[in-house]
Ligand binder design. Structure first.
Ligand code: DX5
Ligand code: ZN
Length: 240
């Protein structure tokens, strides 16, 4: 049995939960979990204290890997009331965005590298009642997204080249975290890739308010609660 009645949880309530969460909000990336047991994984994350989850959608074109798409997410939505922080690593986000909105995604993130004129898509996402965000790969400068900050609810700074979990954190991107923080203090600043207890502190010290973590949560001992506590403590040391 699911621990809540997901159908009763509205998108508005899910987004409220994300907005109200005390930073840093740690969002487990489901990429490394056991997809054959997803309902159990979602329940285990809930019991461990997670408030939201990060979904990595890959098209084998924008990134050299494939993951899952809207029909799979729609099934997960039947099971859980977790806010879905949805990272579209796909070449044509505008073509598929309505599917992800219908599937129950809450925050929809797409990449500036494939949508150089992002305002119409950001507005379309917000008009549907979702939060909109842009992401940028490590080589992409902050100036690429700077003109659009008012149109966004969050920014996702990639600290690895997207496509795979378990890669090494690229500390140079912290400069972009600082820039985002300074440019619009109310913006949620998320960082994704190589976040673990050794890197979380620096990310938060630079201004990250949301940490995406895959392999640091789905580690061999299966103790998600301990993993979340360790990351939170490391992150708090960064903000102290
Ligand atoms: C990378 C994805 C990340 C990834 C994070 O392409 O966008 O969300 O799953 O995994 P870790 O935390 O293992 O780097
Ligand atoms: Zn991601």
């Amino acid at each position: 049995m699911a621990e809540e009645t997901p159908s009763a949880v509205t998108r508005e309530a899910r987004l409220h939960l994300m907005n109200a969460a005390e930073p840093p909000l740690i969002t487990p990336s489901l990429l490394n979990c056991d997809f054959a047991r997803m309902a159990e994984e979602l329940d285990a994350l809930k019991r461990a204290g997670a408030l939201a989850v990060h979904l990595d959608v890959m098209d084998g074109h924008f990134v050299p890997n494939l993951s899952y798409g809207a029909p799979v997410i729609a099934d997960w939505r039947k099971w859980t009331g977790f806010p879905f922080d949805t990272h579209l690593m796909i070449s044509e986000p505008a073509r598929y965005v309505d599917d992800f909105i219908r599937a129950g995604c809450d925050v929809i993130i797409f990449h500036i590298e494939v949508v150089p004129e992002p305002v119409p898509l950001l507005r379309r996402i917000r008009d549907a009642g979702c939060q909109a965000a842009l992401s940028l790969n490590p080589p992409t400068p902050f100036s690429a997204i700077e003109p659009y900050l008012e149109e966004m609810d969050a920014v996702l700074v990639m600290s690895v080249m997207p496509g795979f979990g378990g890669q090494k954190f690229e500390a140079e991107v912290l400069e972009k975290v600082r820039a985002a923080r300074a440019a619009r203090p109310g913006l949620r600043v998320s960082i994704d890739g190589g976040i673990n207890p050794s890197t979380a502190g620096a990310a938060v010290a630079a201004g990250a308010t949301q940490l995406v973590a895959g392999s640091a949560i789905f580690r061999n001992d299966g103790n998600y609660a301990a993993a979340l506590v360790e990351l939170t403590q490391a992150a708090r040391r960064g903000s102290a």
